[in-house]
Design a protein around this ligand. Structure first.
Ligand code: NAD
Length: 289
C-alpha cells in the first residue's frame, strides 16, 4: 500500500491524512468543495508546524510529509489509490451516496474503508461493489495523539482485507483492536452513553457544566470532562452515535438527551462551530450553563 485516498477533510479526515503523510504514504484528500479541502489542508499545516516548533517532528520530516498530501477534486483523482478511507459526516445517507458513486472510480482491487463511529459496516458494505474488500477502520480523535484504531469486519470482509488494514495501522505506529460489527463498536458503545448521561446530569440540573467536568476529571481521573469531550467530538456526531445505539439496540437506555438534540438543532456543535457546552469565541472556553 502506498497511495491513500480520504473522503471528508473535517477533523478526522485531516487527522488521518496527517498521520498517513508522516508515515510516508501519498495522500489524496477529498471533500464536497475546494473550500472544505483547503480548510482541511490548512489545519494539517497548522498542526504540523506546531509539532515542528515543539521538536516532536523535524523540519525536514514535516515539509516532506506536507508534500505528500494532495487535494482530490473528484473521485477520479482517487483512481490510483490502494486504500480509500471514507471519513465524511456521520450520517448513513451521506455515506451511502459517497460509497455508491465512489466505487465506480476505484481500482477493482482497491480496499475501501469507513471511519464511521457507529454505523453497521455490513450495511455500508452493501452500498459498495466490494463488500469483501470493505472494512471499518475507526480512528480516535485527535488522530495524531490517540494510539488506538478499532478494526471492524463486516459479514463479507475477507481475511486479506483485514490483514492489509492491520498492517496499514501498524505502519502508522498505532495499535489495533478488533470489534464485532455491533452499533458503535467497543469504544463508543461505552463512551457515548457516559457522555449522554453527563448531558442528562446537566439537563436535570444536578450540576453545572464546570461542576460535571471537574467532577469527572478529578473524581474519576478522566483527562478531560465528558462535556469538554462531547464538544471535541462534535455534538452532531455524538447525537448520530446515540441515535444509532438507540435504534440499533432498541433499548430506551440509549435515548439521546433532549438537551443534546437542542444543541444540534441550534447548530451549536462544539469546538468546530465555536459553541457547544462551552463558548469558544473568546480567548478561553466559557461554560454556557
Ligand atoms: P467533521 O464534521 O469534522 O467533518 C466531516 C466532513 O465531511 C466535512 O468536512 C464535510 O464537508 C465532509 N462531507 C460531508 N459530506 C460529504 C460528501 N458527500 N463528500 C465528501 N465529504 C463530505 O466530522 P468528523 O468529526 O471529521 O467525523 C467524520 C467521520 O469520522 C464520521 O463518520 C465520524 O463518526 C467519524 N469519527 C469521528 C470522531 C470524532 O471524535 N469526531 C472520532 C472517530 C470517528
Amino acid at each position: 500500500m502506498q497511495n491513500i485516498g480520504i473522503v471528508g477533510s473535517g477533523q478526522m479526515g485531516s487527522g488521518i491524512a496527517y498521520v498517513c503523510s508522516l508515515a510516508g504514504f501519498n495522500v489524496w484528500l477529498h471533500d464536497i468543495s475546494m473550500d472544505r479541502i483547503n480548510a482541511g489542508l490548512d489545519s494539517i499545516k497548522t498542526n504540523m508546524m506546531r509539532q515542528v516548533e515543539k521538536g516532536i517532528v523535524s523540519h525536514r520530516e514535516g515539509s516532506a510529509a506536507l508534500e505528500c498530501i494532495k487535494p482530490a477534486f473528484s473521485y477520479q483523482d482517487l483512481s490510483t489509490c490502494d486504500l480509500v478511507i471514507e471519513a465524511a459526516t456521520e450520517n448513513e445517507e451521506v455515506k451511502r451516496k459517497i460509497l455508491t458513486s465512489l466505487c465506480q472510480s476505484l481500482r477493482p482491487d482497491a480496499i475501501l474503508a469507513t471511519n464511521t463511529s457507529s454505523i453497521s459496516i455490513t450495511r455500508l458494505a452493501a452500498f459498495t461493489d466490494r463488500p469483501e474488500r470493505f472494512i471499518g477502520i475507526h480512528f480516535m480523535n485527535p488522530v495524531p495523539v490517540m494510539q488506538l484504531v478499532e478494526l471492524i469486519r463486516g459479514i463479507a470482509t475477507e481475511d486479506p482485507t483485514y490483514e492489509s488494514a492491520k498492517e496499514f495501522i501498524g505502519k502508522l505506529g498505532k495499535t489495533s483492536t478488533v470489534s464485532e460489527d455491533f452499533p458503535a463498536f467497543i469504544v463508543n458503545r461505552i463512551l457515548l452513553p457516559m457522555i449522554n448521561e453527563a448531558i442528562y446530569t446537566l439537563y436535570e440540573g444536578v450540576g453545572s457544566v464546570e461542576a460535571i467536568d471537574t467532577a469527572m476529571r478529578l473524581g474519576a481521573n478522566h483527562p478531560m470532562g465528558p462535556l469538554q469531550l462531547a464538544d471535541l467530538i462534535g455534538l452532531d456526531t455524538c447525537l448520530s452515535i446515540m441515535q444509532v445505539l438507540y435504534e440499533g439496540l432498541a433499548d430506551s437506555k440509549y435515548r439521546p438527551c433532549p438537551l443534546l438534540v437542542k444543541h444540534v438543532e441550534a447548530g451549536w456543535l462544539g469546538r468546530k462551530t465555536k459553541r457547544g457546552f462551552y463558548d469558544y469565541r473568546g480567548e478561553k472556553p466559557v461554560p454556557t450553563r
